[in-house]
Design a protein around this ligand. Structure first.
Ligand SMILES: Cc1ncc(COP(=O)(O)O)c(C=O)c1O
Length: 250
């Protein structure tokens, strides 16, 4: 018993997340960047978001990235960009954060859950085909705890059945699947930079592969269609059926 209390007295609590310790060495850099943003008054979008979008796109070797307000927006707007809507079914995993299924419900579609693989804890590809119906339009895979889902198997099933694939990469920025960055393999990749994520920040982003980049950008700007229209000065036309505001913070 005496030994036991010696042990418990020596136990040091290690916090699950210590942002102060992470920020310590970067404090000057962070403070300078924040001061610059405040002085410029460019709180939303602006040059910081543009350069971040370019860096993220280059890192993932995709045509473009769109800076948004949250990972949840990234999922929702990707589904909008891929034209997933009421009456559609989207296959996904039940073992994820609430936002994955929430985004499916947001667009009016129905989440259809497929059980996970015992080893990887990610969606079990061998169980996907059994859940495909005439209403299935897409699969949202989640790369949980930084561990990539089995993308070869999943892409093969999606191609065979004409389904879109969205990669919920909120927990796995920088993870690679057979040498390719996750988030760059399906039709759209979605990231979260919520401060407790493996790459935390104040801004959050979705990034989309080449084919759907323009659609994602348009969706994130409340369906904005730019370009000259019949009247002057130039006006923006928004189509709420095509998206909502998801503009990324600086
Ligand atoms: C797997 C997964 N998807 C989506 C999200 C949503 O990201 P956000 O909190 O930035 O909206 C999270 C966040 O916890 C997540 O873990």
């Amino acid at each position: 018993m005496r030994n036991m209390s010696k042990i418990t007295n020596n136990i040091k609590t290690i916090p699950m997340l210590d942002l102060k310790a992470q920020h310590g060495p970067l404090n000057d850099e962070i403070n300078t960047a924040l001061r610059e943003i405040i002085d410029s008054s460019r709180f939303i979008l602006g040059p910081n978001v543009s350069s971040f979008e370019k860096e993220v796109a280059a890192y993932h070797n995709v045509a473009g990235a769109v800076g948004l307000g949250s990972g949840t927006d990234a999922l929702y707007l990707s589904l909008r960009a891929l034209d997933i809507k009421e009456g559609d079914e989207v296959i996904t995993t039940p073992f994820t954060f609430f936002a994955t299924a929430e985004a499916i419900a947001y667009v009016g579609a129905t989440p259809v859950f497929v059980d996970i693989d015992r080893e990887t804890l990610n969606i079990d590809p061998s169980k996907i085909e059994g859940k495909i119906t005439s209403k299935t339009r897409a699969i949202i895979v989640v790369h949980l705890f930084g561990q990539p889902a089995d993308m070869d198997e999943i892409m093969a099933i999606a191609n065979k059945h004409g389904l879109k694939v969205v990669e919920d990469s909120a927990q796995a920025f920088g993870a690679k699947y057979k040498g390719r960055p996750i988030g760059s393999i399906g039709d759209a990749g979605c990231f979260s930079f919520y401060p407790s994520k493996n790459l935390g920040a104040s801004a959050k982003t979705v990034h989309c592969c080449s084919l759907h980049f323009a659609a994602c950008r348009r969706c994130s700007m409340s369906g904005r269609k730019t370009g000259p229209v019949s009247c002057l000065p130039p006006v923006y036309i928004h189509d709420p059926r095509e998206g909502r505001s998801g503009k990324g913070p600086s």
